[in-house]
Design a protein around this ligand. Structure first.
Ligand code: HEC
Ligand code: HEC
Length: 385
């Protein structure tokens, strides 16, 4: 049976989280005292297949496995979701999954010149046992409506990426107007997927060209720590108190992603930030036609941007990080653009990644206000007194 993947992923992580106070503080202490990225094999006890990647990107691979098989963490890990969880212990499924990691690497190496064309998702598609034989109902029934996967090259005959981006900048208020914005702060509310973290109070700080932080405080849940993502132009932090890693310094794909998010908060620099821009086949998002532009971001990251054909505004950004077993997608959907000092800003956006999803609604946005540098630093120094 195919299950509701997203719900399972998240429930798995939240439950996993509930049972890991010790793992989480141990990892937190280690990251706090080092500047080098913490590798998976340093953070954890029994890593054999997925060595050499950051602990955070390793957690991304757990998200890929969970999503690809339609599992939750407890289907491979003993007692995940309880305080008796033993992440390091091998289970029969964990052993198979490890073998599959090596199998996937070998398939790609031996057949596709090392390009990552086969992933867990290619075969599993949200089920534990991949389907082997087409049913005749599928052959003669409705065609599957799944869109093609990412195209990585321009499609001929479409508007140039620069034209689409210029139209976007125009729709926001024009390049000159945008260039005048050097910082902003915002307050609002957030709701986690499935109601988790409902009623979070949000603060966002952003400073050109590339500093940004998001702080979510849970005032209705006494004792629950704030969630924080911060990036100060060089380094970044993530604090998600209810997950395995707790608080840690960003590295790998997540660091590149934080940088891109910070840069895209100031859209006038978009053509500098994304390189090798290409126009892809137009698409539709919720019944609206969109132009699609893709570019390479910081590090090995790349991003696909979707612009409403009618309004010219950005409605979606998906950025892709890398891992040994497949890309790590993060998606931001934007809506409710409103005018602030002559430029348009999205007052509603949804941030979705393999570990969860938060929906934000901004209430108050202020432009060009001074921001204390500490706001972009390590989360512990950011929390409200
Ligand atoms: C399909 C099976 C599978 C699922 C589902 C899965 N894992 Fe894993 N997990 C593994 C494998 C395999 C390893 C060991 C990887 C290696 O050897 O490189 C591992 C290792 C880990 C470790 C390191 C433990 C240690 O100390 O060595 C943690 C932490 C972890 N997983 C957390 C999670 C979380 C959280 C989830 C749910 C989001 C999850 N896993 C879902 C297969 C799985
Ligand atoms: C080329 C296709 C293919 C790819 C790619 C693939 N698998 Fe599998 N996987 C299978 C098949 C087929 C089975 C069923 C084997 C059986 O029934 O003996 C399976 C079974 C499994 C199982 C056991 C499930 C159960 O409970 O019976 C796990 C766990 C698993 N795969 C994990 C993964 C992970 C993690 C990845 C990505 C790193 C992956 N697989 C990639 C084909 C694939």
């Amino acid at each position: 049976m195919k299950k509701a993947i997203a719900a399972i992923v998240l429930a798995g992580i939240m439950r996993a989280a509930a049972g890991t106070p010790s793992a989480h503080s141990a990892v937190g202490d280690q990251t706090a005292s080092t500047t080098a990225p913490l590798l998976a094999e340093q953070a954890f006890k029994n890593i054999q297949a997925l060595k050499g990647i950051s602990a955070a990107d390793f957690m991304g691979t757990m998200g890929i496995m969970t999503a690809a098989l339609g599992f939750d963490c407890s289907e491979c890990h003993i007692a995940a979701g309880t305080d008796k969880v033993d992440w390091a212990a091998d289970t029969p499924r964990k052993v198979i999954a490890r073998r599959m990691v090596n199998m996937v690497a070998a398939i790609n190496q031996n057949n596709f010149g090392g390009r990552q064309l086969v992933t867990c998702w290619t075969c599993h598609r949200g089920r534990d046992k991949p389907v082997v034989t087409p049913t005749l109902d599928a052959v003669y029934g409705m065609p599957a409506l799944e869109p093609d996967d990412l195209v990585m090259a321009s499609v001929a005959g479409l508007p140039k990426p620069d034209e689409i981006i210029d139209k976007y900048l125009q729709a926001l208020g024009g390049e000159r107007q945008l260039a005048n914005i050097t910082s902003f702060t915002a307050t609002g509310t957030s709701i986690g997927f499935g109601g988790f973290g409902g009623g979070g109070a949000v603060q966002i700080y952003a400073k050109a060209p590339d500093q940004r932080s998001t702080i979510i405080e849970f005032k209705d849940a006494p004792g629950r720590d704030a969630s924080v993502r911060s990036y100060d132009g060089k380094g970044g932090w993530m604090k998600t108190p209810l997950t395995v890693l707790g608080e840690y310094r960003l590295s790998g794909s997540e660091l590149d992603g934080a940088k891109l998010d910070a840069q895209l908060a100031f859209p006038s620099q978009i053509k500098r930030v994304l390189t090798n821009l290409r126009t892809l086949q137009p698409a539709t998002i919720e019944d609206r036609d969109v132009d699609v532009v893709q570019g390479n971001g910081p590090g090995r990251l790349f991003a696909t941007l979707y612009f409403d054909k009618q309004t010219g505004l950005l409605t979606r950004m998906v950025r892709y990080g890398t891992s040994p077993i497949g890309r790590l997608p993060t998606q931001v959907d934007y809506a409710d653009y409103r005018d602030v000092n002559g430029v348009k800003l999205p007052f509603r956006f949804t941030f979705a990644w393999l570990d969860g999803r938060d929906a934000f609604q901004l209430k108050d946005v202020r432009i060009n206000v001074p921001i204390d540098a500490a706001k972009f630093g390590r989360p512990t120094s950011l929390e409200a007194k």
